[in-house]
Each structure stands twice: as C-alpha cells, then as structure tokens.
Ligand binder design. Structure first.
Ligand code: A3P
Length: 293
C-alpha cells in the first residue's frame, strides 16, 4: 500500500499537531459523549494501549470473547481525534460502537477535549509516564509511524521534546494540565505507568474500585495474564501489526515495556541538561514522577 509522505507539524490552538488529528476537528468538537463513556487519556507512549486492553478485558473479556480474536484494539477503543483516511475517523468509529460502556481513547491536552465529556461527567482514566522514558518511547515510535514527522537523530529529537514541539504538544503541559483537572473533576483516575509496572495487581484493584467493578479473583488474574507485556506483544489484536501506517519491522509497537530504558539512550550530559530544564518547567506542579522502580 502506497503511503502518503510524512506530515508536517503545525501550531493548532497553541499545540503542535499534524493534520491527521485536526482534519476532523468540527466533528471532534461536536462529539456527543454519553454519561457511561470512559475516556482513556494520555500523552502518546505513556501506556495507552496497555490500559485500553485492561479496560476492554474487564468489561468485555467474558461477555464478548470473539472480540479477542477478531477486533484490533484501535477498533475496540476508537482514537477520538484520529483521521488516518485508511480507517474511518475516530468519531465515526465511536459513534458506531454498540457496546456499553464505550471505551474511547484520546491524546488531546485537557483544554482541547470535547466539552460533552465534561457535561456528561464521564469517567476518565489518565495514564502518565516519566518524561525520560516517555521521550525514548516516542522517539522509536516516530521512526515507525507514518502519521508523525520523521524523528531525526536522538539529540535533536530530545531537544524538540523539551521544546514541546511534538505531536500533541508539550509533555510538561499535558501531564500537569490533566493533573490540575483532577482537582476539580472527581471522576478522573490518574495512573502512573511506573506504578503499573511495579505492581499490576495493585493498580488493577485501584482501577476496578474507580470504575465500580468487582471482578472475582480468578477474573482479575485472567485479565492480568492477558495484559502482560509478552502476551500483548504476541497478540496481533493488540500489537498494531495490522495498521498499515505503522511498520513494526522498523520498531515494534510493543518495544520494551520497561521503566528506566532512558539510561540506554541519554548521555550523562543530556540527562543533566534535561533534569535542569525539567526542574524549571515542573516547578509549579505537585505531580511527581519516578524514573526507576
Ligand atoms: P516502550 O516503547 O518503552 O516499550 P502507548 O500505548 O501509549 O503508545 O504506549 C506504548 C508504550 O507502552 C511502549 O513502551 C509499549 O511497549 C508499552 N506497553 C504496552 N503494553 C505494555 C504492557 N503490557 N506492559 C508494559 N508496557 C507496555
């Protein structure tokens, strides 16, 4: 399949974007959320697919087992703002979902989320990942993903990450913006990728209590088994091997799934510069990240 050239970044309401996420903007803004919709919100590469899969198994693992073999994750959990032209736009996929609840994914910074999600007081699960691992994962993702600009070399990419010139804008603004919103929107569960790696069982329990679910111990273990990194990596419904804009031969979507891979990428000088800049950018927030577990 002939793919179009890599898109350019441009400024969209103060956030860097490519046209794949703005072409359908009118329908995105006017999207009608339902009260039982669950929005999975993340900065790209923070663990979106992992949490999406957990929620999908929790809600539909027992009742709709055929989903597990026939429906890729990007159709089960539509990516709201996406319009890749090779599959229907996210808003259309979401409108067509007959499940209840609907699980919907977004990478939008909090201020750009369609207002109906707030009006309907939807539950939102936000996943955040430490900046260094997030940047590394994003770098490899941009190598294999045609819907994003070429990453260039690691040093330039890291500078761009620090400048917030990434698709979906600044990591710093994203994680802090959503953190602030948590103070006023009580139905927002803020999860850290590092906590999920450290103790998936505990995080699964917290998630269930937020969602008001009480699966049996056996059911929880089934979910946990299904979402282990190696299992998801092999699962063609979860590993994005079926989406033509991604070339998992360049870099697999399920790449490493670790905390601390940044140490294999950052030089000492890059790490020091990054840490100094981080302190300044994050000085007004209370959100705390771990770069090791
Ligand atoms: P790495 O590139 O560091 O391996 P997203 O789904 O938001 O795009 O995030 C992708 C990142 O989450 C990738 O990180 C991927 O490997 C990791 N990931 C996906 N499923 C995972 C799992 N079950 N356990 C741990 N990490 C997972």
């Amino acid at each position: 399949m002939e793919l179009p050239p890599r898109p350019k970044l441009f400024d969209f309401h103060g956030v860097s974007m490519t046209h794949y996420f703005t072409d359908n903007w009118e329908n995105i803004q006017n999207f009608q959320a339902r009260p039982d919709d669950i929005l999975i919100a993340t900065y790209p590469k923070a663990g979106t697919t992992w949490v999406s899969y957990i929620l999908d198994l929790l809600y539909f693992g027992q009742t709709a087992p055929e989903r597990q073999t026939s429906l890729p994750i990007y159709e089960r959990v539509p990516f709201l703002e996406s319009d890749f032209h090779i599959i229907p736009p996210g808003t259309e996929l979401a409108d067509k979902l007959s499940t209840s609840p609907r699980l919907i994914k977004t990478h939008l910074p909090v201020q750009l989320v369609p207002k109906s999600f707030w009006e309907q007081n939807c539950r939102i699960v936000y996943v955040a990942r430490n900046a260094k691992d997030n940047a590394v994962s994003y770098f490899h993702f941009d190598r294999m993903n045609q819907a994003h600009p070429e990453p260039g070399d690691w040093n330039n990419f890291l500078q761009r990450f620090m400048d917030g010139k990434m698709v979906f804008g600044s990591w710093y603004d994203h994680v802090t913006g959503w953190w602030e919103r948590k103070q006023t929107h009580s139905k927002l569960h803020y999860v850290f990728y590092e906590d999920m790696v450290e103790d998936t069982r505990r995080e699964l329990d917290r998630l269930c209590s937020f969602l008001g679910l009480s699966p049996s111990a056996e059911e929880k273990e089934r979910v946990r088994g299904g979402v282990q990194f190696d299992t998801m990596k092999k699962n063609s419904m979860a590993n994005y091997s079926t989406l033509p804009i991604m070339d998992i031969k360049i870099s697999p979507f399920m790449r490493k799934g670790k905390v601390g891979d940044w140490k294999n990428h950052f030089t000492v000088a890059q790490s020091e510069q990054f840490d100094g800049d981080y302190k300044k950018k994050m000085k007004n927030t209370t959100v705390q990240f771990r770069t090791v577990v």
